[in-house]
Design a binder for this molecule. Sequence first.
Ligand code: ZN
Length: 430
Amino acid sequence: MAVDAGASEGDIGARLHAFVRELFPLCRSITGAGTRKTLDAIEQLVPLQRLEVPSGTKVFDWEVPQEWNVRDAWIKNAAGERVVDLQRHNLHLVSYSMPVRARMSLEELRPHLFTLPEHPRWIPYRTSYYRETWGFCLTHEALQSLREGQYEVCIDSTLAPGSMSLGEVVLEGESSDEVLVWTHVCHPSLANDNLSAIAVAAHLARSLAERTRSLTYRFVFAPTTIGSITWLALNESRVHRIRHGLVLASLGDRGPFVYKRSRRGNAEVDRVVEFVLGQAGSTEDFAPYGYDERQFCSPGFDLPVGRLTRTPNGRYAEYHSSADDLEFVTAHSLGASLRLCERICAVLERNRRYRNLLPKCEPRLGPRGLYRNASGRNPSQFEHALLWVLNQSDGTRDLLSIARRANIEFSLVAQAADAAREAGLLEAVT
Ligand code: ZN
């Protein structure tokens, strides 16, 4: 399954990195213009259904907040110089800061200034979605260079009734069973968390749109936490269609893959991702901390949704700081993440349980032309796969478990199953 015929691994990685670079300057938050512009950019790649959920909408125990937009924000010293300036970096302003126009001393200003003393040249990322306050983030070096005296503070923002924006790409398949691919779009200028996964998800959608699909795919681009809570509240009656789900995040750093299982722990998607990952990463059990898997795996939903990242949130120093920048994510990592997602989807598409229709002793393969089907492949490998499929297909074991047990490549097992089905030896179990 190729994204574009002829596109090499390096080409696609470079394209993903260019997409991250394009979106990096936008000032995203859980609502507002930056997030809408991000959805506009995704829409250039794939047809997106847009949803605007009004502020104040009740969603389970939560409420969609007021819409936040910001035009400018700065702190000027007594000489009128901007010592902290939103125009220089989006992380300088605490997201959801209320509008402010004030003069104050450095001592009065200090409680509103946030730094990372352990990384004195990095700007931290801070938010205040549900508490009306304001603040600025700056490097610790910049804070230390501020002199006593009067400062002028301007936050030209609005917090007002509006809406929260979500985008969905739906790719219909033969079956209405769905694969949910979820990505958060609410962080400002942070490359790994989560422009990397936005780029991978958008390009995965584009790649899947170009092929026939047995499953239906639903990609959702939404703010984290309030976005997934809202989406679940609006879609409660149809979430039973979700057969497999993946939350994608932080897929551009140099670390190996980490898959976090669904709360169920043994969902098909858990087994498939673990199998496809092989030696390329590790898997860990569900924990109610992280990204939107917390909502999908809340006990009232308990959906088969796992989470795929490279280095998980909070486990790298650059996390939620200005060091999560365009150099921190690499074209190679982004390209390899997309390929991995494509391989996961390819297995989800073909993994089925079959029943052997001639289960008493081995059926004769020669008269059914099954040896000829082996042309172009090592015949012994194909026959080997065929024997395993016929022996194990009692309606309870899927192709993935057969591939694992036989230690044979999944695609060869799936090819053997197709051939046996065409020869009338197997029927799919639904
Ligand atoms: Zn984050």
